[in-house]
Write a new protein. Structure first.
Length: 99
């Protein structure tokens, strides 16, 4: 997955989120999967660790490999930490969540 997708996927850096991204961030996590492409939806449900690790890497909040390990071993803790302790949601066009 890393060599086929992640290594070729662009970093967001300081890019501003699009209006579509902002609208998607307003949805809850389950409903948002219904508003993305079929392949992205399947990856989100069936390969959540690698999919989340790609997002963390592209946004710049954590490198791919540590993200993949953490999402594979401690997915709930990792998501909680990313949502409440990083700029992940802000960089994707949403609001930072608290504890």
């Amino acid at each position: 997955v890393y060599f086929l997708i992640v290594s070729k996927y662009p970093q967001l850096n300081d890019t501003q989120p699009s209006s579509v991204a902002v609208e998607l961030q307003r949805e809850n996590e389950v409903m948002a999967t219904c508003k993305v492409s079929g392949s992205n939806c399947i990856l989100s449900w069936c390969c959540s660790g690698p999919r989340a690790a790609q997002t963390f890497h592209s946004v710049g909040v954590m490198n791919y490999w540590p993200s993949l390990v953490l999402m594979s071993l401690l997915p709930c803790c990792t998501l909680w930490c990313m949502n409440s302790q990083s700029d992940l949601n802000v960089k994707l066009g949403g609001d930072r969540r608290s504890f």
